[in-house]
Design a protein. Structure first.
Length: 492
């Protein structure tokens, strides 16, 4: 009876927190459940925190978590990975037949704060923040003294997810990393009223503190599956944060810690096409989710947007392909060239051998069971290389980059001849080549203050677009401006 009652409590709280259709910041977040009530129930039954965390993780792959019922680009984290890949210019939307992502690909919705393209990621990430804050409130608040390992592990997961959300929001909604520039409101509790925008410096100090605590809190935690964040994921995110903050020595150390201690290893050259990037059990995946029929995903999914071998927009007329300039920049000896092909002679390079449903029947996968990748160990080699290069440690940067390239290029020794800006440029290019379609190129674009020059797109080809161009950054959405008295309407 007690076990059954526990399940009822967890289920009730999950429904209360996650099925509410009201927008996160349009009203005070206490409409979901009060901080006092969360703490009371969590104290009675620690499993409630686990139930709330499951609700947070489900936001990453469920449809409609950006606040829409019908939008086919509203399906959690991988939907916004497509946003950022298109904004970076590395992903080409090679057909505008159905309209999904066309205003992102054309850089038009990003300058119109009334367009829902700006609203969906805002709502999604702030829902993650709300969920994380509910767990943190239930455990006694941000500075709680935690008596058990279970409470430490729950707090570590919640703070990791909160930091993850603020990190991505800062990239998507901030044009440049200028310390005193206003960017986002910071909410640390479900009982917080509306807040004004905080500066980049304040946001990153907050994110860094959350992740540094999480790395400690998650020590010894054995996660039940890769959909759950653990110490390795927290430290990998921290490496990215240090890199963004230009704390290069710390970034390199954090990345190396994950490489040394996680137990995950890079894909070998012969696995680049045979792996399929479709199975969470891959030895290179640090973080991902095992999708099953229970999730009920089909056309409205990342696979339903990108994969020719799924019943998808990519199959039906809106392919997602690699920028031709980026593809042509690959050396002839680079095995990743084999991940892309042009089977119909259209002059576009589809990722047919990087991402594919295992059956490889064109338009065949109707109910999605191929998995989502959120982070791979290869990223840490690239973070390490970038951090060392910007710290002026060329030899260390060469070594980290060589370890990756030697598993991609049959003649990798050229890496050891690079230094200075040439080395930085190669690391940036390798990041784009390695992580195409995984939502990471946009982060590198902004960190490196690079310029987008598109080739093979439907429009805006061969036009230099700098990283801080207003078109490459989302606008704070109309709903937030309307309901938050501290944020003024935008006039630019």
């Amino acid at each position: 009876m007690k076990k059954y009652f526990t399940k009822i409590i967890v289920f009730f709280l999950a429904i209360t927190l996650w099925s509410c259709t009201e927008e996160y910041l349009e009203t005070q977040p206490t409409e979901f459940i009060s901080g006092e009530r969360i703490e009371e129930v969590t104290e009675y039954n620690p499993d409630v925190a686990k139930g709330q965390l499951l609700g947070i993780y489900s936001l990453m792959y469920e449809t409609g978590t950006g606040g829409t019922d019908l939008d086919h680009d509203d399906f959690g984290q991988k939907g916004y990975d497509i946003y950022s890949d298109l904004l970076s210019g590395d992903m080409v939307l090679a057909g505008y037949n159905y309209g999904w992502y066309s205003t992102i690909a054309s850089y038009t919705s990003t300058t119109d704060y009334t367009d829902t393209d700006n609203y969906k990621p805002w709502r999604y990430y702030y829902r993650i923040i709300l969920g994380a804050n509910s767990v943190i409130d239930g455990l006694g608040g941000n500075d709680a003294e935690l008596a058990t390992d279970e409470s430490k592990y729950s707090m570590g997961q919640a703070k990791t997810m909160r930091a993850f959300a603020y990190f991505y929001l800062s990239y998507l909604y901030g044009e440049e990393f200028i310390n005193d520039a206003d960017v986002l409101p910071i909410y640390t509790s479900t009982t917080d009223p509306a807040k004004p925008l905080s500066t980049f410096a304040d946001v990153y100090a907050f994110v860094k503190d959350d992740l540094e605590q999480s790395v400690s809190l998650l020590e010894g935690f054995a996660r039940p599956g890769k959909y759950v964040v653990d110490k390795n994921v927290a430290e990998a995110l921290l490496a990215y944060v240090y890199l963004t903050m230009e704390e290069y020595d710390k970034a390199a150390t954090a990345a190396q810690n994950v490489i040394n201690n996680s137990g995950y290893t890079m894909l070998e050259m012969d696995e680049l096409t045979s792996d399929g990037f479709n199975d969470v059990n891959s030895h290179s995946w640090l973080w991902g989710v095992d999708l099953t029929l229970d999730q009920g995903l089909d056309l409205v999914s990342w696979w339903g947007q990108v994969d020719l071998f799924t019943y998808s927009y990519a199959w039906a007329g809106d392919p997602k392909t690699m920028d031709l300039g980026l593809y042509n920049s690959m050396r002839e000896t680079d095995a990743r060239r084999n991940q892309f092909s042009d089977p119909y002679g259209q002059g576009i390079m589809r990722p047919l051998d990087k991402f594919y449903a295992p059956g490889r029947a064109i338009g065949g996968q109707r109910e999605v069971t191929t998995d989502y990748v959120f982070m791979r160990i290869e990223e840490m080699y690239l973070v390490k290389a970038e951090a060392e290069a910007f710290a002026g440690n060329d030899a260390e940067a060469q070594q980290a980059l060589f370890e990756l390239v030697s598993k991609r290029d049959s003649i990798p020794d050229y890496v050891n001849t690079l230094s200075g800006q040439d080395l930085k440029d190669e690391i940036y290019k390798q990041t784009r080549l390695e992580l195409w379609g995984e939502g990471k190129s946009y982060l590198a674009l902004k960190r490196n203050e690079e310029t987008v020059v598109r080739q093979g797109h439907i429009e805006l080809n061969d036009i230099p677009i700098p990283h801080n161009d207003d078109r490459l950054t989302l606008d704070i959405p109309y709903q937030e401006i309307q309901d938050n008295p501290f944020i003024s309407f935008q006039t630019d």
